[in-house]
Design a protein around this ligand. Sequence first.
Ligand code: GLU
Length: 422
Amino acid sequence: MISAFENAKKQIDAVALLLKTEYQDKLIFEKAIKSLKTHQKIIKKKILIRMDNGKTKVFQAYRSQHNDARGPFKGGIRFHPKVSEDEVKALSTWMTIKCAVVGIPYGGGKGGIIVDPKKLSDSELENLCKKYGEFLTPHIGPWRDVPAPDVNTGEREMAWMLEAYEKKTGFHSPATFTGKPLELGGSLGRTEATGQGGFYILQNYIQHTRSVPARTAIAIQGFGNVGYWFSKLASNSGYKIVAVSDSSGAIYDRKGIDVEKVAGYKERLGSFEKVSTEKKMNFITNEELLSLDVDILVPAALENAITVDNAKIIRAKAILEMANGPTTPEGEEILLKRNVDILPDVLCNAGGVTVSYFEWVQNLHGYSWTKKKVNEELKEIMNKAFGEILAVVKVKKISFREAAYALSLKRIIDAMILRGRV
Ligand code: GLU
């Protein structure tokens, strides 16, 4: 079993070596790095739900609050059978780093429940969300910790959790959750925000490598909210999406896929495997997708998709990480030796939390922005982050991840020092 949290710690350690020279007081620096490899608070609870058949069932729930030196903890809530304490620890660490990469005033948190939500009825799911919201209530709030959606959660789940929170506290507080439905204070553009942010990074990278969209072949692993929106936006702008996949496998067409059409088929038929049989489309395994001769490979599913075992078969010239933690440090080492650019998760998928920040700002003002404003502000933040990272890559001759971590860890450590925490 690969530990995502061990990987996050390895990434921090690798950059600590580069950053050390910037701090005169080495003891303080070492203390800060040590503290970034632990968490401020981890809360967990076994949540009991009455199922539709009258029986009770227990679900293990977590919330990890990694570091709040730069602002309230921020991060999503994941519903998945593979959720674990190790995973929420890793994901909350990456949230702290991600918020600092794009310069938004938050720390990092992440929550999760070990559950396959597809196996629950709507009322069972509502119950679970509300119980989880009650469990979180003493630990969250606009200036404490602001949860949001992650894998298998969305606006519906946020609405239920917000209701449980407001019922318990006795007042309205929309800024406690982001990713809410529009009617309850959600922001325009939040649903597609992660894909949109990744798309802006793609545009920046293409400009940097002097390529053109029509000659850029992209394979995308994962077709949840993030994979779908990224493929759709890239395809609308003329990029050649040659493969899209889900856990059943991938649809592949060298000449380019009509993303909207394939998404419609998947919606109706359930899986790409079924789509391929019914619609007579070319079907390949997820392993084969990784080995496609494409310009850009986009892992947009879960952690540890690219490891020491399969890095060798990857032929893409660049990886644009839309999932959190899709490449292990050992897998990355192999790819970097072959000069594959890896655009890191903490940059590429930061669009989601950035628009969450806009939602929080709107809620605190009791005012709503137009979609145009949301996207313009998002574009500015993503472009700025890419530019800053690229400048470090060029000057220090380090990888994109190392550059992103160097900038980000410096911001977090400086905040810790200013507070006198280390
Ligand atoms: N779950 C998303 C992420 O991993 C968004 C978090 C948020 O909006 O707070 O970045």
